[in-house]
Ligand binder design. Structure first.
Ligand code: ZN
Length: 281
């Protein structure tokens, strides 16, 4: 009985602490926008419908631009930061040369199923609806000028690897590979001019290894051989905290179990002794 009560209380403790963790992580987002999300749900769908009418065309893929940005952030910026190098605005990898950068920075991810527009604070169920909203409502904020489409650099930056869209069966096109290799080298030259000093020259070399070497049809070289940003993900953090919390509880359960069985065996021994004493008489 005692053991059952102890285990029950332990389980209660675990569930309470788990709730605490989940509340802690989402507390900021909950206070942020959940109250109005239900009320504005109807208005939201209505607005989405209205937005459809104002479709505006921009000849640059937002999705691929985002993939290119992710590639740069993950596989280039760690090295640029380590060298403490300032990329010039003439380089097409500079944030100013990403058509969508300002809009992407105005995305507020409130909750798993809630995205907010940073310009007008409207809420959406998924990122793609917010993308549509940007395209329709805030297209005037896009700085549409030549050479600002990051998606155009996807060939050089291996966006397909990032997006996992390239099927392995597609045949490598030598002409396309050569074109991408040329684009890649020109990026290295414009972003990291060798004459600018040791950092630039070092990064120029790294850029060629990291991005350009794999632009062949031989298939020998893989993109990003130098690796990327080391992520300390929230997931691993949560797992380690949980383990640290559960370990003492586990030992407590084991301890309680052992002491209980010890008591029982002592009791059994006592009963059997009484029995033995009782028998002869
Ligand atoms: Zn908006």
């Amino acid at each position: 009985m005692k053991k059952a009560a102890a285990i029950a209380s332990i389980l209660l403790l675990i569930s309470l602490s788990l709730q605490e963790i989940s509340h802690g992580s989402s507390a900021s987002s909950l206070t942020g926008g959940n109250q109005d999300s239900e009320g504005s749900a109807a208005a939201r769908t209505l607005n989405q419908e209205q937005d459809q009418e104002h479709a505006h065309e921009v000849h640059c893929s937002r999705e691929r631009s985002r993939a290119a940005w992710e590639v740069i952030e993950e596989y280039l910026m760690p090295f640029v930061e380590r060298e403490d190098y300032q990329i010039s605005s003439k380089c097409r990898l500079h944030p100013d040369n990403d058509l969508f950068r300002d809009q992407e920075q105005h995305k507020i991810h409130v909750d798993i199923n809630e995205w907010k527009c940073g310009y007008c604070k409207k809420s959406f169920r998924a990122e793609k609806f917010l993308d549509q909203h940007f395209d329709n409502r805030h297209y005037n904020l896009l700085n549409i000028s030549h050479g600002k489409c990051l998606a155009d650099l996807c060939g050089a930056l291996h966006c397909d690897t990032m997006m996992n869209t390239k099927s392995r069966k597609t045949k490598c096109n030598p002409a396309a590979a050569a074109r991408n290799h040329h684009l890649c080298e020109s990026l290295a030259d414009s972003c990291f001019p060798v004459h600018q000093g040791p950092s630039a020259s070092h990064l120029h070399d790294l850029f060629l290894r990291q991005f350009c070497d794999a632009q062949t049809c031989s298939g020998k070289q893989k993109p990003f051989p130098k690796g990327g940003r080391k992520k300390t993900s929230v997931f691993y953090l949560a797992i380690s905290i949980l383990t640290l919390m559960l370990l003492p509880i586990f030992y407590l359960v084991v301890y309680l179990h052992q002491s209980e069985t010890r008591k029982k065996t002592q009791e059994l021994r006592r009963i059997s002794k009484i029995g033995q004493k009782a028998k002869p008489s």
